[in-house]
Structure formats: structure tokens, C-alpha cells
Write a protein that binds this ligand. Structure first.
Ligand code: ADP
Ligand code: MG
Length: 264
């Protein structure tokens, strides 16, 4: 079975989608078979891989709400080894609609633990979560083996972290005792800005080695790449952003291998 990694933080604009796209790409470039599932109705992960609004057809909504098998919903991307489950246009209604479903927190978990999913042979499934702690993020956390929390190096960065930590805690207690915090990743780090250093020091002081060693720098090539519908590794492989996400992928693989999931 794949390792399922939720990329979550209820704050918007902290680098969830950027991390999901570029980490997924870098994992695929390491030769791993990767699926990126776009669970945000805004669909930025889909757009960032050149699957724009008109081309979305069926995706994560069809998987969650209509119980359609994953194999028929994923699409290839421009990156070898990387598939996408797009955010379909219906996904915007899911937060409200799914409330009336039976075992509504387990829809994604059920879909991904399907034998037919296992037969697709993914090594990693990355879940790009919306900027809220609603039912879509909850489904991601219930389905996930571990959570990666991007933290933007700016003022108040640590303030919101307690919300996601408490949510992870609750999900562990109520739905998914195996869920682990994979770690925090510092994004948009700016060496010229003292605040970035302060936030990084604070985060390491508080969370210790749960903070990834790899820092993701603020790098214009990353956002340019996204506006061209490409991962940074394809847009400018030698940019500091692309190199950082490659290091992050290597570090993630090491961390996942160091603490293999409990056998159930
Ligand atoms: P989220 O998914 O958490 O809402 P995004 O990944 O969409 O956040 O990032 C918010 C904005 O910041 C986007 O416009 C993105 O291109 C930009 N961005 C993210 N990471 C970086 C970075 N390391 N350097 C420069 N811009 C970045
Ligand atoms: Mg996003």
C-alpha cells in the first residue's frame, strides 16, 4: 500500500499546494510512483499541473461522493510517474453535501484502501488540503498515514499551528489512531529577512526535530512555475526552489523509512 501523506494547515497561502505539487514531482523524479489528490475546491494543485478548470472532468468529488473507482479518475501529468486526481467542479459543494453521508469522515479512507487502489501500485499519495479544518481536510486526515504541515516563515506563523495540532490529536483519538505528524516544513524562508530566522528558530525550539532540516526558500521561480502550470523542477530545475523540494523529498523518504507504519 502507498504511504498517504496529507499536506494540511487551515491557514491559506502558507505553501500547502506549492509543497504538494513540488514534493510530489520530486518524489516522482526519485523514481517513485506518486499520486497527487487535489482536495481543495479551488483546484490550485490541478491548475499548477496544467489541468485547468475546463479540463477537470471527474476527480476527487466523484471518488468521495459518488464512490467511483480511483483508477478511472486519475490522469497522467507532464511529470513521469506522477498522476493527478483533479479537483472536479462539484467539489465546492462537498463540504455541505457530504454531511448527510454515512461514515462521512471515512469516505476517502475507504476509497484509498480499496484493493483496486492498491493494485495501482503507488508508493506515495499526497493529499492537498483546503485552507480549513472542514470535512475535506478531516477526510484527508482520517485517510492519511502521516501529515506534513507547511509553515510560512512570517509573523504569526506559529499561532495557527495549535489548531492543526489539536485537530490531528482529535483525529487520532476519534478516527485514525495510526495517524502521525510527519513534520513541519518551513516555507518561503527569506535569508535577508530576520523574521524568517526568528520564525525558524521558534519553530525548532518548540517542535525540535519534527521540523524538517530542509528549508524551502522564497523563490520567485516557484510562483512563476505555478503560473505556467508547471512544477518548479520542470520550469527551472536549477532554481533554489526546485533544489530545495528535491532535498525535501529525499528527507521525507528517509523519515518515512525510519519510522515505518504500525502493522494493523
Ligand atoms: P496554500 O496552498 O497553503 O494556500 P500556496 O502553495 O498556494 O498556499 O502558496 C500561496 C502563494 O505563495 C502562491 O502564489 C505561491 O505561488 C506562493 N509561494 C508558495 N511558496 C513559495 C516560495 N517558496 N517562494 C515563492 N512563492 C511561493
Ligand atoms: Mg492550496
Amino acid at each position: 500500500m502507498p504511504h498517504i501523506l496529507a499536506v494540511a494547515n487551515q491557514k491559506g497561502g502558507v505553501g500547502k499546494t506549492t509543497t504538494a505539487i513540488n514534493l510530489a514531482t520530486s518524489l516522482a523524479a526519485l523514481g517513485l510512483k506518486v499520486l497527487l489528490a487535489d482536495l481543495d475546491p479551488q483546484g490550485n494543485a490541478s491548475t499548477g499541473l496544467s489541468v485547468d478548470y475546463a479540463a477537470r472532468s471527474l476527480g476527487s468529488y466523484a471518488l468521495l461522493a459518488e464512490d467511483q473507482p480511483l483508477a478511472g479518475l486519475v490522469q497522467d501529468t507532464m511529470v513521469a510517474n506522477l498522476s493527478l486526481l483533479a479537483a472536479d467542479n462539484e467539489l465546492a459543494g462537498a463540504e455541505i453535501e457530504l454531511v448527510s453521508y454515512k461514515r462521512r469522515e471515512f469516505l476517502l479512507r475507504q476509497a484509498l484502501s480499496d484493493e483496486r487502489t492498491a493494485s495501482l501500485g503507488y508508493d506515495f499519495v499526497l493529499l492537498d488540503c483546503p485552507p480549513s479544518l472542514g470535512l475535506l481536510t478531516l477526510n484527508a486526515l482520517v485517510a492519511a498515514d502521516s501529515v506534513l504541515v507547511p509553515l510560512q516563515c512570517e509573523f504569526f506563523a506559529l499561532e495557527g499551528v495549535s489548531h492543526i495540532m489539536r485537530t490531528i490529536d482529535r483525529v487520532q483519538k476519534a478516527f485514525n489512531p495510526e495517524l502521525r505528524l510527519q513534520g513541519l516544513v518551513l516555507t518561503m524562508f527569506d535569508r535577508r529577512n530576520n523574521l524568517s530566522e526568528l520564525v525558524a528558530d521558534d519553530a525548532r525550539g518548540f517542535f525540535g526535530d519534527q521540523v524538517f532540516d530542509t528549508l524551502i526558500p522564497r523563490n520567485i521561480r516557484i510562483s512563476e512555475a505555478q503560473s505556467h502550470g508547471k512544477p518548479a523542477l520542470l520550469y527551472d530545475p536549477r532554481s533554489s526552489g526546485a533544489l530545495a523540494y528535491t532535498r525535501l523529498a529525499e528527507e521525507l523518504v528517509k523519515r518515512v523509512r525510519r519510522s515505518p507504519r504500525k502493522q494493523s
